[in-house]
Each structure stands twice: as structure tokens, then as C-alpha cells.
Design a protein around this ligand. Structure first.
Ligand code: FES
Length: 386
């Protein structure tokens, strides 16, 4: 067999021969300063994704419509992570024997977060929210997740003209979105329709009036009162068309499910693409079952095994929280996957339209306890939140 002479192959062999001595030389001539223990990339990742944060409640302020506003700072005095206006955090507190959490949309702006301040608006309704409104006090400490959620403006997906429709405490994410528009953090034109019973039931009325003077378009729609400068009735298509070009807008909806149904019916004749109507997903609640049964739930958490009770009408997450187990969760709506746990045995039911699991999770037996109800005795393996 004959080999053709290849000059470059020969040069490669020479270089290869010198590879190790050259490396030794380069290493010997390098500085002997120790490698950094912390890299800037890691510091930035830690700032943006701190996981669970310990926070202190610094101020409580009453708002209209049975709502209260809560201002927090981080216990280690660092800034809150930057977030997209419209996102939420989940707040966790020890209430009696329970270790409960609830997601709340952030009211304050992303810029406020960098200044170390985060504000939530909470309506006095339900187990956790009532605790916050009636018992939490300034100086109390809580655990809070980093901001999360898909309910925010996205340049590549959404129209620059956004129509936001709020009902009741659903005003909270829009306060943040309006601030982000006015301070230049976000680039969109926002028109806000706010449905309320009467003028007494408009939280953040003063703040919204001040924002309207700076360029936010706000239309109040009162269902039980007629007043000058306010629309009355419901948020119908005709009313929306009076103030906005509906065919070129992206809609953001946040409020009670009855409002979602009503507004979606109103928008139906427009034939809008699915992506044009975005809804903030509410938490999965207890099922309405008269005389619900009680099952046994075995929970494996790291090296511990807990035998607890789970009611037929409550999610596995609620059962674990009631028993004081520190199970991870964020959205409580089946979407974020943060509560992702391994099913071992037992029958269960998943809330309608809430199964956000990937196909692989379904195949390999993973569940989201925040939207899963027991239908018999069960056993699951759950990670520890922190
Ligand atoms: S908490 Fe988000 S999927 Fe369960």
C-alpha cells in the first residue's frame, strides 16, 4: 500500500508532539492567583433566581373592596429579583398546624423590586388571604418564591396595543403592568377596563387616576351605580369597541371566572386567535361535594414517610399543607410544574382543564398535587420545598 506524502499531516504530527510541552509551558507562565470562588454569571443567576426568599412584612395598608395592601422587604436586605410586570409570587406562612401558600400577583413595578420593595394586594377571602388580612402584622416573616408566571406582555407574541380587563382584586397585575409602561420598562399602549360594583369598590382609585394623567387609558365600568365619568353596566363588546380597536389588540383578563366567561362570549364574534386572549389562571379550589369522604395519603419526603388524611374534595397539596408538610408549589393551577411529584399508588382525579403535565410525566407516573384530588387511599413521593 502506498501513502501519499502530505505536508500538512506531517506538520500536524509535529504540533501534536509539541502539544504537551507547550501546555506545560503555558501553565507555568500563567499567573498563580487562585481561581475565583464566585463567578459573575453565578451571582447574576442567584439574583434572578433566588428560589425561596425570607421576607418581612413592612407595611399594611387598607384598600377599598375588602382588600389590603402588603409591602415586603427581603430579610437579607438584598433586592428582589427583576420580573415581568403581571407575574406573581407565592407567599407561605405557618397558620396553626398548617404550612400554607398562596400565589398573588405583584402590584409593585419591576423597578421597585430592584429597590428592595415588593407589594401585594390581597382580598379578604379564603383561608390564607383572610389570615393575611386579619392576623398578619408588620414585622412578621414569611417565605416567598421568586416571581413566576406567563401572564405578562411578550413582544414577539402580543400586539403593542393591549386591552386589560379587570374585575375585583384582578386589578393587581395591571397595577404593575401600568407602572412598567409609564416608567418605560415595557413598551406597549395599555387600555384598562375595570369592572366594579360601585365607586366604593375600586381599590387603587387614586393611583389609577394619577396614572391616567400620565397616559394610562382607564375606563371604569360600574354595575350597580351610575355616575358621571363612569360607564355603567357590564364590559360588553360594544363598550370595548367604544374605546379600543379590538381586532388589533391583545387582551389580558384577570378577575372572577364569571367575568372570563362573560367577556369571552362577548369577544367570540370577533374570531380572535387563541393567543390574542390571555387569562390569569386562578388557583385550583376545593370541589363542591356534599359529605366528602376521607382517604389515607402516604407521603414520602426524602427519608421520611408521613401518613396523613386527605379529603375527597381537596387537592393533595391542600392535604399536605394542612398536615404541615413543606411541599413545593407556586401557581396552584397545574401550569408551572413546581409541585411535580411521583405517584406510587392509588386512584385520583385531576381537575378539569388543569392537567398541565407533559406526556412523559403522564407516561412515567408523575402528578401535580396542586390539581389532583384523591379518589381512594394514595401513596406519593414529594420533594421538599426548601
Ligand atoms: S404548583 Fe404549579 S403546577 Fe402545581
Amino acid at each position: 500500500m502506498k501513502f501519499k506524502k502530505q505536508v500538512f499531516g506531517f506538520m500536524d504530527m509535529l504540533r501534536f508532539k509539541k502539544l504537551v510541552p507547550n501546555r506545560r509551558e503555558a501553565l507555568a507562565s500563567g499567573p498563580d492567583t487562585p481561581l475565583p470562588k464566585v463567578y459573575r454569571t453565578n451571582q447574576q443567576a442567584e439574583r434572578l433566581h433566588p428560589g425561596y426568599m425570607e421576607v418581612e412584612l413592612t407595611k399594611i395598608r387598607p384598600l377599598a373592596a375588602g382588600m389590603r395592601e402588603f409591602t415586603f422587604r427581603r430579610v437579607d436586605s438584598s433586592a428582589f429579583p427583576f420580573f415581568r410586570a403581571g407575574q406573581y409570587v407565592s407567599l407561605q406562612a405557618k397558620i396553626g398546624d398548617s404550612l400554607a401558600s398562596r400565589p398573588y400577583s405583584i402590584v409593585s413595578s419591576p423597578r421597585d423590586a430592584l429597590a428592595g420593595r415588593l407589594v401585594l394586594g390581597i382580598e379578604d377571602a379564603g383561608f390564607f388571604s383572610s389570615y393575611m388580612c386579619s392576623q398578619a402584622k408588620e414585622g412578621d416573616r414569611f417565605h416567598m418564591t421568586e416571581p413566576a408566571g406567563e401572564f405578562h406582555y411578550e413582544t414577539l407574541r402580543d400586539s403593542r396595543k393591549i386591552v386589560c380587563i379587570a374585575g375585583g382584586s384582578g386589578i393587581t397585575p395591571f397595577m404593575s403592568m401600568a407602572s412598567a409602561m409609564l416608567d418605560g420598562t415595557e413598551d406597549y399602549e395599555m387600555t384598562l377596563f375595570y369592572g366594579a360594583k360601585d365607586r366604593q369598590h375600586i381599590p387603587y382609585h387614586e393611583e389609577l387616576t394619577a396614572m391616567a394623567e400620565k397616559g394610562l387609558k382607564v375606563i371604569y365600568v360600574l354595575s350597580d351605580e351610575q355616575a358621571e365619568g363612569y360607564e355603567s353596566g357590564f364590559i360588553t363588546r360594544a363598550l370595548l369597541e367604544k374605546y379600543a380597536d379590538l381586532r388589533s389588540a391583545t387582551f389580558f383578563l384577570c378577575g372572577p371566572s364569571a367575568m372570563y366567561q362573560f367577556v369571552q362570549e362577548e369577544l367570540k364574534p370577533l374570531g380572535l386567535p387563541i393567543k390574542a386572549v390571555r387569562k390569569d389562571a386562578g388557583s385550583c379550589t376545593d370541589l363542591e361535594i356534599s359529605d366528602p369522604g376521607t382517604f389515607s395519603l402516604t407521603v414520602r419526603m426524602r427519608d421520611n414517610v408521613f401518613e396523613i388524611k386527605a379529603r375527597e374534595n381537596e387537592t393533595l397539596l391542600t392535604a399536605m399543607e394542612r398536615a404541615g408538610l413543606n411541599a413545593p408549589n407556586k401557581c396552584r393551577a397545574g401550569g408551572c410544574g413546581f409541585c411535580h411529584s411521583k405517584w406510587i399508588k392509588g386512584e385520583f382525579v385531576i381537575a378539569e382543564d388543569r392537567d398541565g403535565r407533559r406526556e412523559a410525566d403522564k407516561k412515567f407516573g408523575f402528578i401535580h398535587p396542586c390539581v389532583t384530588y384523591p379518589a381512594g387511599d394514595m401513596e406519593i413521593e414529594v420533594p421538599v420545598a426548601y
